[in-house]
Ligand binder design. Structure first.
Ligand SMILES: Nc1ncnc2c1ncn2[C@@H]1O[C@H](COP(=O)(O)OP(=O)(O)OP(=O)(O)O)[C@@H](O)[C@H]1O
Ligand SMILES: [Mg+2]
Length: 286
């Protein structure tokens, strides 16, 4: 068990400048205990190879967000080992965690955009980790940064909204801006925490298609927390089912059985009559 901290860019022979090489993620017996004693993750072991597309499903409070926040270094590991790329996150210092976060693109349910700023300004925020402070303060982004921002916006189909105010866009468009911002980071991993939970079903499918395309075309490692099982089935090649902080299913999303769903949700998915939480929402929307 190594506690050595390496520069995130020094992943298994991967240079930080090689934007095209994604990172893997490995958890070995990871437990996360919040300061108030709540166990968010309980002895979780996972091996997520570079370039994976993973859907994480589970009831509210099962630990999906905790898993994502832990991988991103926002929540400390209480015990066990977490490796992201070449870095042992569970033993990393704050400086190393900041560097790590520069390599991980995050997408949230609430988009987290600066509403009064333009789409372009929002996407350029993704270049911050790669931009000297003085340039950021002056807003003097390099032409190459702008090119990266344009390309990211183009890849999610909203280049034409470049100068629109972010708050003037629809929810689906705002989420695409958030994805473009993550892509402008030239990340090694994209983590999305319920990115489509606030969107209507057709828009949700559009955003999921974008994430899936990013995974296949850029060979990026993509982890997506989802409430909707059908979305997990359609877009998650691999599905991780969580319950009470533990992994209770890990396998192909397409072939999960009723028994597997029962293990994740506590009862059969077919019994829609009084299903609680996520499962009933999923039945209602699909
Ligand atoms: N900052 C925190 N402090 C204390 N406990 C927390 C904190 N964040 C989450 N928890 C607890 O950790 C457990 C897992 O929560 P988490 O937010 O990871 O679940 P989730 O699967 O993302 O749920 P949801 O679907 O509602 O977003 C829950 O019991 C929750 O109450
Ligand atoms: Mg959550």
């Amino acid at each position: 068990m190594s506690t050595q901290v390496r520069r995130p860019g020094a992943a298994a022979g991967v240079g930080a400048e090689d934007a095209s090489t994604p990172w893997g993620i490995a958890l070995e017996g990871v437990t996360v205990r919040y300061p108030n004693g709540t166990v968010g993750l309980n002895n979780v072991s996972l091996d997520i190879p570079p370039g994976s597309m993973v859907a994480i499903v589970g009831l509210s409070g099962s630990g999906k967000s905790t898993l994502i926040r832990t991988i991103n270094g926002l929540v400390p590991v209480s015990s066990g080992v977490l490796r992201v790329g070449g870095a042992t996150v569970s033993a990393a210092r704050p400086g190393a965690l900041r560097a790590l976060r520069g390599e991980i693109g995050m997408v949230f349910q609430g988009f987290n955009l600066a509403g009064r700023a333009s789409v372009l300004q929002n996407v350029l925020v993704g270049r911050l980790a790669h931009t000297p402070l003085w340039r950021t303060l002056l807003g003097a982004y390099r032409p190459a940064d702008r090119e990266i921002a344009y390309e990211a916006l183009d890849s999610v189909g909203i280049l034409h909204k470049l100068y629109a105010r972010a708050s003037d866009l629809s929810g689906g468009q705002q989420q695409r801006v958030a994805i473009a911002r993550a892509l402008a980071q030239q990340p090694k991993i994209v983590l999305a925490d319920e990115p489509v939970a606030s969107l209507d079903p057709p828009t949700a499918h559009g955003v999921m298609r974008d994430l899936r395309r990013i995974n296949t075309e850029r060979d990026l490692t993509v982890l997506v927390n989802l409430h909707l099982l059908d979305l997990a089935r359609e877009y998650g090649v691999r599905m991780i089912g969580m319950r009470a902080g533990e992994v209770v299913y890990d396998g192909p999303a397409a072939t999960a059985t009723d028994r597997d769903f029962e293990r994740i949700y506590g009862r059969a998915i077919g019994a829609a009559d009084s299903l609680g939480g996520d499962a009933s929402r999923e039945r209602g929307v699909q």
